[in-house]
Design a protein around this ligand. Structure first.
Ligand code: UD1
Length: 418
């Protein structure tokens, strides 16, 4: 299994380009199932989850070509299998994004029910009840969700809780439904907006994406389209922390500062110096870090996918910070690894209390999930001495060659296998 060896203490300096957003790329790839024509996607990050989604589409019968490293051409003309098997769903929950498009276009889908994962239970009950409201019949057979329908019918759906992939799945189902669908309490994340943009290019009629009410006028069929995926706001936020935590200074390019407004505001209030050089470029420099509390919330507030990285930052700030995690119930596994390196973190229910300003020293630590592993790389870069991170396959799911990007900025990090 791959590991990272990091020798910390080096300030990161230079210019870094942000890759496309994995969480936007995945639903956009699934959207290709909605048309027999070709969908071309650019700026896809080269990460494990994208390879898994590609495999899922190919197993179903899609033709997927990769003319360039970050471009895929997907044609779902001849689909023979309407299934996302357990083998793939267990490695990537986002496989459930096949459900909406398959039921909408083919009237059938079988998707293995995702089990609990490292960061909590993460059920898909809201996806299923919304599909039922659209007229699909849902059965649970041997751990699989089996959905069937004649043509789906538009209706009004109110999500109990904000769900990102739930909103995306149901938006993809509703674009081919008969009549109008209204989604209330819809997720407002930039990835939802990006998917709506692609769907609109394919001929869908969607208004309100980016607000909490999305209205979809169903159409008979969709066509092929070409689309460029938005920059990854979580990768951008991770590099903001990387500069701040190593006493470095970075220029972060090919990002969208609009998508990380809450992150920039909070980081600035802790003393990190962030300057907007253009619509796609930020300059970040470390400052005199002061502890600030943080609560994870749906967009536009602070994203749960940067909670672990923010904890890394707070281990080096002066004073006490309280982090409240409101999205996932079990998302503090990185805390115990940080404590092994000298951080002072106490977990109380969904809150983490961090006494900052403690010196970190390298240790052997274990990555437990995607974003946690990024936070461990960050503390490794800030710590004195050598840190070995095991199970970095988690980070490969969502970060495009993170060690190579960090090396180019002067970070001492290498991948090895023993
Ligand atoms: C997406 C992101 C993930 C991010 C999360 C929250 C992708 C591929 N993944 O995950 O990186 O951390 O949004 O921003 O885009 N819930 C239910 N029932 C459901 C659906 C969700 O109870 O049917 C709960 C979840 O357990 C969680 C909350 O709702 O507590 C939000 O989850 P959701 O927004 O659905 O997360 P994902 O879409 O899985």
């Amino acid at each position: 299994m791959d590991k990272f060896r990091i020798v910390g203490g080096k300030p990161l300096e230079g210019r870094i380009s942000i890759s496309g957003a994995k969480n936007s790329a995945l639903p956009c790839m699934a959207a290709a199932l909605l048309t027999p024509e070709t969908v071309v996607l650019h700026n896809l990050p080269y990460v494990r989850d994208i390879i898994t989604m590609r495999r899922l589409l190919e197993d179903m019968g899609c033709m997927v070509l990769m003319p360039e490293r970050n471009t895929l051409k997907i044609t779902a003309e001849d689909i023979q299998f309407f299934e996302a098997p357990y083998e793939l769903v267990k490695t990537m929950r986002a496989s459930v994004l096949a459900l909406g498009p398959l039921v909408a276009r083919f009237g059938q889908a079988k998707v293995s029910l995702p089990g609990g994962c490292a960061i909590g239970q993460r059920p898909i009950d809201m996806h299923l009840s919304a599909l039922e409201l659209l007229g699909a019949k849902i059965e649970l057979v041997g751990g699989d969700v089996v959905a069937s329908a004649e043509r789906l019918k538009g209706t009004e759906i109110t999500f109990d809780k904000v769900t990102v992939t739930g909103t995306e799945n149901i938006m993809m189902a509703a674009v081919l439904a008969k009549g109008t669908t209204i989604l209330n309490n819809a997720a407002r994340e930039p990835e939802v907006v990006d998917l709506a943009k692609l769907l609109s290019r394919m001929g869908a009629r969607i208004i309100g994406a980016g607000t909490n009410q999305i209205k979809i006028e169903g159409v008979e069929k969709l066509r092929g389209a070409e689309h460029t995926i938005i920059p990854d706001r979580i990768e951008a936020g991770t590099f903001l922390v990387a500069a701040a935590i190593t006493n470095g200074a970075l220029e972060i390019t090919d990002c969208n500062p609009e998508h990380i407004g809450s992150v920039i505001d909070l980081f600035s209030s802790t003393g990190v110096k962030i300057e907007r050089l253009s619509d796609v470029t930020l300059r970040v420099e470390s400052g005199n870090l002061q502890a600030k509390d943080m609560i994870t919330e749906p967009f536009p507030l602070f994203p749960t996918d940067l909670q672990a990285q923010y904890m890394a930052l707070m281990t080096q700030a002066q004073g006490q910070a309280v982090i409240t995690e409101t999205i996932f119930e079990n998302r503090f596994m990185h805390a115990s690894e940080m404590m092994r390196m000298g951080a002072n973190v106490q977990i109380k229910g969904n809150q983490a209390i961090i006494e900052g300003g403690k010196k970190l020293t390298g240790a052997k630590i274990l990555a437990s999930d995607l974003r946690a592993s990024a936070s461990l790389v960050l503390v490794g870069l800030a710590a004195e001495g050598e840190t070995i991170i095991d199970r970095v396959y988690h980070i490969d799911r969502g970060y495009d060659k993170i060690e190579e990007k960090l090396q180019r900025l002067g970070g001492q990090i290498e991948r090895f296998r023993d």
